[in-house]
Structures are given as C-alpha cells and as structure tokens.
Design a protein. Structure first.
Length: 743
C-alpha cells in the first residue's frame, strides 16, 4: 500500500485534478442552439464522426486530469510498501543515526519525567526507540549508528569508524544495539556536528537505496551553531540529495547553570626549584545569576594542598584567583584544580603540567666587556639574580656579541643586548631566527649605540626586529617638579600603575635615544609602549616579531643616562616582570585536548624504546613500544581518552630513569549550555526542509519512511502524460489543409 511523506498535499491537492472536467462543463454551458441551413450538412457529417471526436476529447480530458494529479502526487512524495515495492526497487531504506556524545550531553539538569538523568540518557532512549520502530515497521531497513566522537578521524591516522555500519534491522540487532548503548557514555570531547555531517555526506553520496533518512540526535547548543555555515551547507546538500532530515533535541528546557574551570596557567615567575611560581585559576559561570563562595580544590602531584575560594562570579562572567606553588625537585610536575560537581561534571577539573628546572639560563650580550661592576651587565644580572636571599631561578650568562652566532640560543629563556655597538649579519640572522621561533629579546641603548647602524642592520625600515627607527641621543633636561617617567597600560608595568608611585617618581632620566621624527608604525605592527617620558616621547616599547617579542629600552641599564638601577626596588621588579613576559611563549605549558595523542619523543641513541604511561582517571598503566614515525622521530604515544595528568616513564641506556608529565583537558567552551532554540535554528537552516522533535515526546513513525520512493517513476510517467496530452491535443483540434490560416 502507498504512503506519502507529505500527506496533506494529497488531501488538498488532488481536488485540483477535477479542474479540466469543470472547464469542459463550463464550456458546454456557453453553447447556443442556432438554426442554419448549411449546418444541416455539417450535423450529418458530425453524426458520422461523433464517436471518434468524443473519444479524443474524453482521452484529452483524462490526460489533463492525470497531469494535475501527477504533479500533486509528486509533491506529496509517495512510497510503496510490500511486494510491488520489491519489484520497483530494493525496497530498503537507509537510516543514519548521529548521536551527539560530546560532554555537554552529560548535562545532569536534563533529567525529565521519563526518569533519565542526562541529555545523553535521553539520546540513548531516542536511538533505541528508532531501532525498535524500524524493526516493527514494514519494508526493509538498514541502520548505521555513529557517535560524534567516532566521526572524527583518529589522531594516529585512519578513517572514522561508526558504531554500526549499514546493518539490516532485526530484533537481534535491536537487542545488540541496546547492550552497546548501555555501555556508552558521553566522551570528554567537544566534537560538534561538522564531522558527523561529513560522514553523512560520504555515506549517502554513493547510496542507491530507495529511501534515505538522517537522524541527528543532539542537545543543539548555541556554540555548535553560531558559526554554522558548514553545518547548514552540509544539511542543505543532504536535503537536495533527497535525504530526509529528522532532528531530535535531547536537552531539557530550561537548562541549569554550569560552572567551568576555564583556565589554569602560570601567571609569572620562573619554574625553577625552590622558586615561588604564581598560578592563576579561572572559573566561568554560564548561568543567569551570580554565584558566590566557590571553593577550588587543589592538588600538587596527586597530593592535596590548601585550596582557594572565589567569593563571587558574575552571571555569564569569569572570576580568577592566584595561588603560589613551589617545587623542591626538578622535572615534570602536575597541578590539578577542581570545583564541586554541578550540571556538567566533565569541565569541573583542569590540569596544569609544569617542567621545573634547576636553573633557567638567560643570555646577556654586553657591548662593553671591560665595564666590570659599573657596566650594564652588572646591574642587569644583579636584578635578574639578586642572590641566595631572593632566589629567582635565573642564571645570567654574560657573553660578547660574537657569541650570538656560535651559541645554541634555544637554550636561553631570554636574550638581553646591552648597548651593543653593532651586530654582524650572522649574529643578526641568529638573533632573528631565535625571536621568530618564540623567543624574547631586549635591547638597551647607550653611548655605544649608533642610530644609523641600528636603522640599517636591525630596523631595516620595519622589516627587522628592532621596533623603531632611531634619530640619536637627546638630553631630557629636568623639570622643576613631576616625575620623568610615565607608566603606560601594559602588564609588565602594571605593578607601578595607578596612583603616583614614589619609587617611579624617584627615577630621573638625563639622556635617551629619540625616535625619528614623524615615525608612524605600520598598521597591525603591534607596537606598544610600556613607559614614556614626561615629554611624551617613548622610553620602553615592545613589538612582536614572528612568534616572539622584542623590547627596546631607549636608555641605559647602568646608571649612566638615568638613575633607575641605583638602589631603586622598582628596577628589580620591572626587569623580572619583563623577563617573565618575554619568556612566556617558551614557558607555556603544553595542554592537549581529550581525543589527541599523548606523545613522548625519545633519543634513539640514549633512550630505551619501552615507555609506561600512567593514564587517568584510575591511574591505569599502559605499556607502549616507541616506533619511528614518518618524520623520522622515535615516538611512543597513547590516545588521550580522558582528562587529567598523563605521566610517561622510561629508562635510559645508562640505567637512569626519565619521567615526563602532560596535561590533557576538555574544551572549556563545550560547557556553555546556551540553547539555539527553534526560531534561531529555523533562521540558520533557512531553505532546508527538516523536522525537529523533542526527545520526551518523540515518535519515530518509521513506517511512513519505509518502502520504495515512487517519485522518479512518477516523474517519468508525468512526462509521458504531458507528451501524450500534446499529441492528442493536436489531433483533437481543427487544422486547415496546408497549414493555411483562416481568413
């Protein structure tokens, strides 16, 4: 028996098929009976051919009725179930169920009257209902099930693998599906619908099935649909290919608020043994009301330590608190921050991995090697490493300019160039390569700095790494009152900003290097001031270069052109902040997202090939043998299936043991539970025919989707009817012999 995808069109459209009959009857009402002598001969002739003419007219009217009915039926998308469907085609309908298993589907606020505890539980119930309804419906069905997390190609290579791949639906399959779904849980990933819809395009592009249905079972969060050009285009292509789109919303309405540990990162300092390192934890409040008194539990290398309390987090905002860590041993260390359980548990934990060194080397390139205790290098090295009473973890190394071309600059946290008269091309090339790779460099001026040399070799009309072109040294002169130095809006000098700072007020600048008059940085150059002079001239400027940063201090480090380094505590504070700021890119702790690969690169000449990984959440030990990859590196790896700290341990050939920790975290944006809503979804998918159901009241109605689609046979029949109508119309109408027109 036939069914229709759009049955309303049948009831409202088929009466239009009577239009040709009505037109014919109306035309009959317009005839008048007129007596005419010559007409008698015509009537006699008509009686002879009346039957033939009547049959042609009846045939023509039937063809026109059939044409109108065919158009209506084609728009209604008819399907045929049963034996006739098997003759017309395979009779098999292909169903692809895409189940969102991103961690927002673990939203515990999504429980409803059906007794499920999360959006993912509702999604599992929807999939089971679809499979059960397919097994009970007429016609043949095949089912493909793919969770979002399995639609992404594995990081180690290969193709995505669905949970079920085009299997014929039967009661046995339904039971197996229930068993597999009972073991499934939301993955700790933020995988959106893009990869899943790409799998749908790949699956349906080669399908010759009579019917194709896509079931998208998700919580429809705004973050997945705000920039939904790819998603909308994929759905549009699927609909254009004849795929029926069934969307099922599993989230509760309204959703509860959610707290997310959005950030856990080093906020300064030097990660060295015995050195206090500030760490900042930030918590985001994705709800419509403020939250007060959030306790953040902290752990260092698995051991509990005093936590911190965030007093207030505004609605839709983020609040941060800092705490200090100090490690007594070098190596990899893990810091965990956890907040109490809420709607979405997966984003309540964040992990930070710190590589702690015994000491961190910084390179001081001194332009005057004979200056001794009164030179720039002495004052700067004293600020960076004051002594045992105030450990900073830094180890300054003083070298002449020629060392830039011979040393391994990557071994240094930062490079300081102190009143260097000139740099040769190999030295400039080495320094630029270091900064482009993410390093930081600071140039101090002085009496040996030649403006034309800097402009020609280092600035190079904006193409080099020196931020500004120099005009030459200028005397500032002293004002009767007021400070010589003004603080700009920059994190390095934030500690000195605000009200008048007596330490900075005591700084006097006698001489400085002026910037060329009329210089304007190029658009997008990123030039920023840290400090300015009372005249408005720049004193300290910063500019990105490649992945790194360059700072130019337009005066001396030693108290030659200024008195800043002579016993002023702000000198030490700013130099340490500057060093930490410039080295931030190199010190940034590696953090992977769930679903990536945790890798350990080994030295084939010094390391054994066997690596033991300790993986969260239960601390299971996974043994791996390192292999040489396509890039020639010897690497051991495991997939990061859960968030937390991963620790890799291996032995060296000399018998010593090595250890490296890596932090794996969830995508914090997945914790945003804002819903897209039906109205916004309609706007996003404008022009795409789809049906949206709520999981609580969802009815698959799979029987209406089964069977053979009669659209293509109907279109072919409609074309034949229209051609036949034109032929019959021609023979049923009157034509003068020879094609002459009537006078």
């Amino acid at each position: 028996m036939p069914t229709f995808d759009f049955p309303a069109l049948v009831w409202w459209g088929l009466p239009l098929a009577a239009a040709p009959v009505l037109i014919h009857l109306i035309n009959l009402l317009r005839h008048r009976r007129v007596r005419w002598a010559a007409m008698e001969f015509l009537l006699a002739s008509q009686k002879r051919y009346r039957t033939r003419v009547l049959l042609r007219q009846i045939l023509l009217m039937c063809l026109r009725v059939a044409a109108v009915a065919g158009v209506v039926l084609a728009l209604a998308q008819p399907r045929w179930h049963g034996a006739l469907g098997q003759l017309l085609g395979s009779g098999r309908t292909s169903h692809l169920v895409l189940l969102d298993d991103s961690y927002s589907m673990g939203d515990l606020s999504a429980g409803d009257r059906l007794g499920e505890s999360s959006a993912f539980d509702r999604g599992r119930g929807v999939v089971e209902r679809i499979a059960g309804d397919l097994a009970a419906s007429s016609g043949g069905h095949e089912l493909t099930l793919a969770r979002f997390s399995r639609c992404v190609a594995p990081p180690a290579g290969g193709l995505p693998r669905p949970d079920l791949d085009r299997e014929a639906v039967s009661p046995a399959l339904v039971q197996r599906l229930r068993d597999e779904l009972a073991r499934a849980a939301p993955a700790e990933t933020g995988t959106g619908p893009r990869a899943a819809l790409q799998m749908a395009l790949d699956l349906f592009s080669s399908g010759a099935d009579s019917g194709r249905v896509l079931w998208l079972v998700s919580d429809f969060r705004s973050r997945d649909w705000k920039a939904a050009d790819e998603v909308a285009e994929s759905l549009r292509r699927l609909a254009a290919a004849g795929v029926q789109l069934r969307l099922v919303d599993c989230a509760a309405e309204p959703g509860a608020g959610n707290l997310t540990v959005e950030r856990l990162e080093v906020a300064g300092g030097v990660p060295a043994t015995g050195v206090v390192v500030p760490v900042e934890v930030a918590v985001r409040n994705d709800s419509g009301r403020p939250v007060a008194g959030v306790t953040v539990e902290l752990r260092e290398d698995g051991a509990a330590r005093p936590g911190v309390r965030i007093d207030d987090i505004p609605a839709g905002g983020v609040a941060a608190r800092r705490f200090d860590v100090r490690f007594s041993t070098a190596g990899s260390h893990l810091v965990d921050a956890r907040i109490p359980a809420d709607a979405v548990p997966a984003d309540n934990l964040r992990t930070l991995a710190l590589d702690v060194a015994d000491r961190v080397d910084v390179l001081l390139v001194d332009g005057d090697a004979d200056a001794g205790r009164g030179g720039d290098a002495f004052y700067l090295s004293t600020a960076l490493a004051p002594g045992a009473g105030a450990p900073t973890g830094l180890r300054p190394r003083i070298e002449p300019p020629r060392a830039l071309a011979s040393l391994d600059l990557a071994a240094f946290d930062c490079i300081w160039l102190l009143d260097v008269p000139r740099l040769d091309p190999p030295e400039v090339a080495a320094l630029e390569a270091y900064v482009k790779a993410g390093g930081g460099a600071v140039f101090f001026g002085g009496p040996r700095t030649q403006a034309d040399t800097v402009n020609r070799t280092l600035h190079r009309a904006g193409a080099g790494l020196y931020p500004v072109p120099l005009a030459g040294p200028v005397d500032l002169g002293h004002a009767a009152d007021g400070p010589d130095v003004r603080v700009e809006d920059h994190p390095v000098v934030a500690v000195l900003s605000g009200q008048r700072n007596p330490l900075l007020d005591a700084v006097r600048v006698d001489r400085y290097l002026a910037v060329e008059r009329g210089f304007e940085p190029a658009a997008g150059a990123g030039l920023r001031r840290l400090l300015s002079l009372r005249t408005g001239a720049p004193l300290v400027v910063e500019q990105p270069f490649g992945a790194g940063l360059v700072v130019a201090v337009l005066s001396t480090a030693a108290p030659t052109w200024n008195n800043w380094a002579r016993g002023n505590p702000s000198w030490v504070v700013v130099m340490l902040e500057l060093e930490s700021h410039l080295a931030a890119a190199r010190r940034r702790a590696e953090s992977l997202e769930v679903g990536a690969q945790v890798e350990v690169a080994l030295d084939a000449a010094a390391d054994a090939h066997e690596v033991d990984f300790t993986a969260p959440p239960q601390g299971a030990v996974v043994h791996q043998t390192a292999a040489v990859g396509a890039d020639g590196r010897l690497v051991a790896r495991i997939p990061a299936a859960a968030a937390g700290g991963y620790v890799a341990r291996w032995k060296r050939l000399d018998g010593s043991e090595r250890e490296r920790a890596c932090a794996v975290n969830v995508t914090p944006d997945e914790g945003r539970l804002e819903r897209i809503g039906r109205e916004r979804l309609d706007r996003t998918l404008a022009g795409v025919p789809f049906r949206l159901d709520d999981a609580a009241s969802f009815e698959p109605d799979s029987n209406a989707l089964a069977g053979v689609s009669l659209l293509h046979p109907l279109l072919h029949a409609l074309l034949a009817i229209l051609l036949a109508e034109q032929i019959v119309s021609f023979f049923a109408s009157y034509h003068l012999p020879g094609g002459r027109r009537p006078a």
